[in-house]
Design a protein around this ligand. Structure first.
Ligand SMILES: NC(=O)c1ccc[n+]([C@@H]2O[C@H](COP(=O)([O-])OP(=O)(O)OC[C@H]3O[C@@H](n4cnc5c(N)ncnc54)[C@H](OP(=O)(O)O)[C@@H]3O)[C@@H](O)[C@H]2O)c1
Length: 204
């Protein structure tokens, strides 16, 4: 049967199942088109990005902003208009990130806090925590990115690695994370807004 002939299509249209199949086909085509557009990222192009500053507050705190994901997060938050407190262990790297943000995002403020998170809970760590609390004191910190982390010795059994390395990982990935979060959380709770992301990995 040659269905391309107009009179044949007119004949087919008399049958109810023809309309049912036509609607089904149109729905399927629509669904495929939507999936394709979504895959190509179209919704992100038409949707206005959330105004993070308005939604959460003027400042973000990023731990481990000196490389990888943390560095990208710090730049992205600065691009979105947030001022950033950069918390890391290497003063030169922190200065580099801070200077680059200042150059590329005029009007965005940065503060740096030198803090080797693996010394948390020691006297040196207490001093660093004091400096961090002082740095965020009075700031409207709306976003905390708990990014700094140690992913070594990787997923191995406890006895297969040096216990000091495990302890260091626990200090950085859990203990310091808890203390840093506790330093900014009360402000968020008081303002009833804030966002905390925790990306570090812990193999314990
Ligand atoms: N990449 C992945 O596929 C992946 C997947 C899941 C989870 N993660 C987690 O996501 C986080 C970032 O990953 P990444 O790949 O971007 O890692 P990365 O490039 O190694 O960056 C880690 C960051 O954490 C900082 N850091 C490490 N130890 C620190 C310490 N004792 N005190 C202060 N800062 C310290 C580093 O500072 P320095 O620059 O001074 O070294 C650096 O800025 C890590 O916590 C990782 O476990 C990563």
């Amino acid at each position: 049967m040659d269905v391309h002939h107009p009179s044949d299509i007119q004949q087919l249209q008399r049958y109810p199942w023809f309309h049912f199949l036509a609607v089904l086909g149109a729905l399927y085509l629509g669904a495929v088109t939507l999936r394709l557009l979504s895959y190509l990222g179209l919704p992100n192009l038409v949707r206005r990005p959330t105004d993070l500053r308005r939604r959460y507050g003027a400042w973000a705190v990023v731990t481990g902003p000196t490389s990888g994901i943390g560095r990208s997060m710090a730049f992205e938050l600065a691009r979105r208009g947030l001022n950033v407190v950069l918390v890391g262990r290497d003063p030169d790297k922190l200065r580099d990130v801070s200077d680059t943000i200042a150059k590329t995002h005029a009007g965005v403020q940065t503060k740096t806090v030198v803090f080797d998170l693996s010394v948390v809970s020691t006297a040196q760590g207490e001093e660093a925590m004091r400096r961090l609390r002082e740095a965020v004191d009075g700031l409207e910190v709306g976003v905390l990115v708990n990014n700094a982390g140690v992913a070594k010795p990787c997923a191995v059994y406890l006895h297969e690695f040096d216990v000091d390395a495990w302890v260091k990982m626990i200090r950085v990935n859990l203990w310091a994370l808890t203390e840093v979060t506790a330093a900014v959380l009360p402000g968020m709770v008081a303002r009833r807004r804030g966002a905390i992301t925790t990306g570090n990995s812990t193999f314990v």
